[in-house]
Ligand binder design. Structure first.
Ligand SMILES: *Cc1c(COP(=O)(O)O)cnc(C)c1O
Length: 412
């Protein structure tokens, strides 16, 4: 990467960027929420657009000199609507959590009821966790997953009838099955609730038509742009036309100040990339790779929550191995595989220790891993877990993972 000027001004930071690049190149990235965005996206994000204040909306700004910014932001909005089939898009949210916060602000008053997936079952902090604004200011009930790792829609319906939420949220950070948006719509209609689909994790799959779209069924769709969608770090809110004004007002002046127009440009570029035929192939390969990884792990005798995955991620259930998520995520790091510890349903361990590890394939698929590579990755993971005390074995596995990384170079 060209850091010519940075190196002269601040070598301390430049050096760490170099090292981070090397870390990304030489490790197998299985954190399900991460990806490697394109050089084109990074060029847009690193551009002069960072200099511009543009509070407000395209053509209705509080600052002058927005004629180019306006066009860029409109391009991003138009592409988001086209790609996801929604009426309106606000591309200004700085992150996925901010996007969700804006939907809460646009639709609810403090104390109003919300029904969402519980965090420990795979939901997201911003869907109503007690330590997040969403749980602090709203009355949240949480649904979970059953022993098959699936949402129990009858239970969601019962809870909706009992709690009478004003807003129902579907979408998760750790759910390995296809989400039935139509069923959620039926439940929402039965109790007169609004429906938000947070597709942060599956956005790339939805964009490519690999996962059913929430658009026909949901009032609001939020997403991050940096996960399977492979764009810059940020959020987008989409909604039906009737909620457009409320959403825009909630984002600004409700929650944010000046939008990050350099990141919005990066979002526009990523959305264009996601419309290309190659992206569809990419998204298909993400799922093929996830299935190959899951099958490999099952063949090695490991358990996966809910068994075979239907999307891009899965959670290894370590309970029968007697090992913890925390320890094994550290062991995997030592053999060159990056992943995060995660709770499993009814986890006997605390959320800081856990009995699970979440694994996802969007990032490795970007660098060109295919099914055969995933089977090797499964072997490395299983061997590392079963031989976690054997230094020689771990050292050999580190060599194997490095070989795989060299086979599929990144940013080179
Ligand atoms: C990652 C994620 C978010 C939050 O995104 P940030 O950009 O980290 O704020 C929100 N919802 C879901 C379902 C997510 O997976």
């Amino acid at each position: 990467m060209n850091l010519e000027n940075l190196r002269k001004v601040d070598n301390e930071v430049a050096e760490q960027i170099d090292l981070e690049l090397k870390r990304q190149q030489e490790n197998i990235e299985l954190i399900a929420s991460e990806n490697f965005t394109s050089l084109a996206v990074m060029e847009a994000c690193g551009s002069v657009l960072t200099n511009k204040y543009a509070e407000g909306k395209p053509h209705k700004r509080y600052y002058n000199g927005c004629e180019h910014i306006d066009i860029i932001e409109e391009i991003a909005q138009k592409r988001a609507c086209e790609l996801f089939g929604m009426d309106h898009a606000n591309v200004q949210p700085h992150s996925g959590a901010q996007a969700n916060m804006a939907v809460f602000m646009a639709t609810l008053k403090p104390g109003d009821r919300v029904l969402s997936m519980d965090l420990s079952n795979g939901g997201h902090l911003s869907h109503g966790s007690p330590v997040n604004f969403s749980g602090l200011y709203y009355d949240v009930a949480g649904y979970g997953i059953n022993e098959n790792g699936e949402i129990d829609y009858d239970n969601v319906r019962e809870m909706a009838i009992k709690h009478k939420p004003k807003l129902i949220i579907c979408g998760a950070s750790n759910y390995s099955k296809i989400i039935d948006f139509k069923k959620f719509r039926e439940i929402a209609d039965e109790v007169g609730a609004l429906l938000l689909a947070d597709i942060a994790h599956i956005a790339g799959l939805v964009a490519a038509g690999i996962h059913p779209s929430p658009a026909p069924y949901c009032d609001f769709v939020t997403t991050t742009t940096h996960k399977s969608l492979r764009g810059p770090r940020g959020g987008i809110i989409m909604c039906k036309e009737e909620y457009a004004k409320d959403i825009d007002k909630a984002v600004f002046p409700g929650l944010q100040g000046g939008p990050l127009e350099h990141i919005i440009a990066g979002k526009a570029v990523a959305l264009k990339e996601a419309m290309q035929p190659e992206f569809k192939e990419y998204a298909k390969q993400i799922v093929k790779n996830a299935k190959a990884l899951a099958q490999g792990l099952l063949d090695e005798g490991l358990d996966i929550v809910g068994g075979m995955t239907e999307n891009h991620l899965m959670t290894l259930d370590l309970r029968k191995t007697g090992k913890t998520g925390k320890d094994m995520a550290n062991v995997l790091e030592r053999v060159g595989i990056t992943a995060n510890k995660n709770t499993v349903p009814n986890d006997p361990q605390s959320p800081f220790v856990t009995s699970g590890i979440r694994l996802g394939t969007p990032a490795v698929t970007t660098r060109g891993f295919k099914e055969e590579d995933m089977r090797q990755v499964a072997k490395i993971i299983a061997t590392a877990i079963f031989s976690s005390d054997n230094e020689n074995v771990l050292a050999d596995l580190r060599k194997d993972s490095l070989e795989l990384c060299k086979k599929h170079p990144l940013y080179s």
